[in-house]
Design a protein around this ligand. Structure first.
Ligand SMILES: [Mg+2]
Length: 228
C-alpha cells in the first residue's frame, strides 16, 4: 500500500530555467540600485565560482550558500565593504524571485487531489521553498540537498524522507523528471518511481521507472496503478 508521495520540484512541477533567468535579472537590477560601482558579469562569476569551489568542494550541493559566497567574493574583489552582509541581502532578493514560479498546467490541481489520499513531501537539490510557494498546506515535509548535505543522485534525500515518514520504501512513490538524478537513485533505495518524461532530460538512466507520465495531470492515475 502506498502512503507517501515525494516530489522532485524543479522541472517536475514548473520549468526552472525561466525562473532562474528572471531571478538573476532582478538580482542585477538590485545590484545596480543598491551596490553602486559593483559589476556583476557572468564571466567573472564563473571564475569566482571556480575559486570558492576549490576552497570548499562541499558547496557543490549547497546552491544557496554557493551563490552567496560567489557574490561575496565578487564584491570583495571589487572593493565593496560589507560584502558578507550585502551578499546575504542579495540572496534574499534572489530567493524571493526564485520562488515566484508558474506551475505546469494541472500541477496544482493534481497536488490538491493527491493530497486528499496521501502524505506529500518535496525532495530537492535546489532552493525552491514549499512555504514561499504556498505548498505547505499540501506538503507535510520538505528536504533540500542543503539540509541533508548531499544532492541527488546521492541517496541522502530519500533516506531523510523515509526516516521522517517512518514508512518502508515500497510505501513511497517518488516523482521526478531526471532519469539519472531522480529515478535511478530512488529505485536503488527501493521506492516506487514515476518519471515525468521530458525533452530536457531524455535519459536513459540505468534503471526503468515503475510508471512513465507525459503530463503531471496524469500523476494520480499513475499512483493508483501502482497502489495495489
Ligand atoms: Mg528536476
Amino acid at each position: 500500500m502506498i502512503r507517501v508521495i515525494a516530489f522532485d520540484l524543479d522541472d517536475t512541477l514548473w520549468h526552472v530555467n525561466p525562473v532562474i533567468y528572471r531571478a538573476e535579472r532582478l538580482l542585477n537590477e538590485w545590484f545596480r540600485e543598491q551596490v553602486p560601482g559593483f559589476e556583476y558579469d557572468m564571466r567573472s562569476m564563473g571564475e569566482y565560482r571556480d575559486e570558492v569551489m576549490k576552497e570548499d568542494p562541499d558547496l557543490a550541493g549547497r546552491v544557496t550558500e554557493l551563490r552567496r559566497r560567489i557574490i561575496e567574493r565578487a564584491m570583495a574583489r571589487n572593493g565593496i565593504a560589507d560584502a558578507t552582509e550585502l551578499s546575504t541581502k542579495a540572496m534574499e532578493v534572489f530567493l524571493r524571485a526564485r520562488n515566484e514560479i508558474e506551475f505546469f498546467e494541472g500541477a496544482l490541481e493534481a497536488i490538491t487531489e493527491i493530497a486528499q489520499d496521501y502524505q506529500l513531501g518535496a525532495l530537492t537539490n535546489g532552493n525552491a521553498d514549499i512555504h514561499r510557494l504556498g505548498l505547505s498546506k499540501h506538503f507535510s515535509f520538505a528536504f533540500s540537498a542543503e539540509d541533508v548535505g548531499a544532492p541527488k543522485p546521492a541517496p541522502d534525500l530519500f533516506h531523510a524522507a523515509l526516516e521522517h515518514t517512518g514508512c518502508s520504501p515500497e510505501e513511497m512513490v517518488y516523482v521526478g523528471d531526471d532519469p539519472i538524478k531522480d529515478i535511478d537513485p530512488a529505485n536503488a533505495v527501493g521506492l516506487k518511481t514515476v518519471w515525468l518524461s521530458n525533452e530536457l532530460r531524455p535519459g536513459p538512466g540505468a534503471t526503468e521507472p515503475d510508471h512513465i507520465i507525459d503530463n503531471i495531470s496524469e500523476l494520480l492515475q499513475a499512483i493508483r496503478s501502482l497502489d495495489h
